[in-house]
Design a protein around this ligand. Structure first.
Ligand code: SF4
Length: 242
């Protein structure tokens, strides 16, 4: 049975990789949507150096998330979460199928027991077997100099285009990462032109297109209405920390 480790770039999967780096049969895999923060790639590079491992970085064979959105004229959302399925789970499964039979170690902690999401029966949960909770994974990562460095305003990383971001995180993205935010404006406006309507990327700012959000941030007018998150942000998370 081939053993693989799913690396998301987050704290839990980093702790898992540290544990399993001592098993010289374990191999490591990360799925790149094309929308990862540069800090995530730096973190993967650091993991490789410090742990002496190689992390296979797989992608959807045809599209990045951005290309797919534009082709389909449709953004992912909590109700249409195709991003995780097509750009995280499927590339990893396609990669692993060449190594069947396999097991895939997933970084779910003991205090998250029961949250196995939509993963198939190939999954194993070594952090749960070792009863590791949040403080344990932090300590292990810290001891190895491998606490992930998300942009300071992000709570957990994930794609810079992710619809799970809070209003504060999106405003910080507009303010501190103009290039990334301009890319989101480009995506929103391109799809609006293709659809011929006012379709928006996020329901966070329902009445405001992203260009207007950016103008308001630049002009320090940030008192516009937020649509509260009503959906459960605790689902899945197994491959993309969300
Ligand atoms: S981080 Fe967000 S946008 Fe990226 S794959 Fe996960 S749910 Fe989708």
């Amino acid at each position: 049975m081939n053993l693989f480790v799913s690396v998301s770039g987050g704290l839990d999967s980093t702790a898992l990789a540290i544990l399993l780096s001592k098993n010289n049969k374990a191999r490591f895999v990360f799925a790149d949507t094309g929308d990862e923060f540069p800090q995530v790639h730096n973190h993967l590079d650091n993991m490789e150096k410090i742990l002496g491992i190689t992390i296979a970085r797989v992608q959807n064979a045809k599209y990045t998330l951005k290309e797919y959105e534009i082709e389909r004229k449709f953004f992912p959302s909590p109700r249409a979460r195709y991003c995780t399925r097509i750009f995280k789970i499927k590339p990893i499964e396609d990669y692993l199928n060449d190594f069947a039979p396999f097991q895939l170690a997933i970084g779910l902690r003991y205090d998250e027991a029961g949250r196995t999401g939509n993963v198939e029966d190939y999954a194993i949960y070594p952090l749960q077997d070792k009863k590791m909770v949040k403080d344990d994974v932090y300590e292990l990562c810290n001891d190895h100099g491998l606490v992930p460095e998300y942009p300071w305003y992000m709570s957990r990383g994930g794609c810079y285009s992710c619809f799970f971001k809070s209003r504060a995180e999106l405003l910080a993205l507009a303010k501190h990462e103009p290039e990334l935010f301009n890319d989101l404006i480009y995506r929103e406006e391109t799809i609006q032109k293709l659809r011929g309507d006012n379709y928006l990327m996020f329901d966070r700012f329902k009445k405001h297109p992203l260009r207007r959000v950016k103008e308001m941030v630049d002009n320090k007018i940030e008192n516009f209405e937020e649509i509260p998150m009503t959906y459960n942000t605790g689902q899945c998370g197994i491959f993309c920390r969300k």
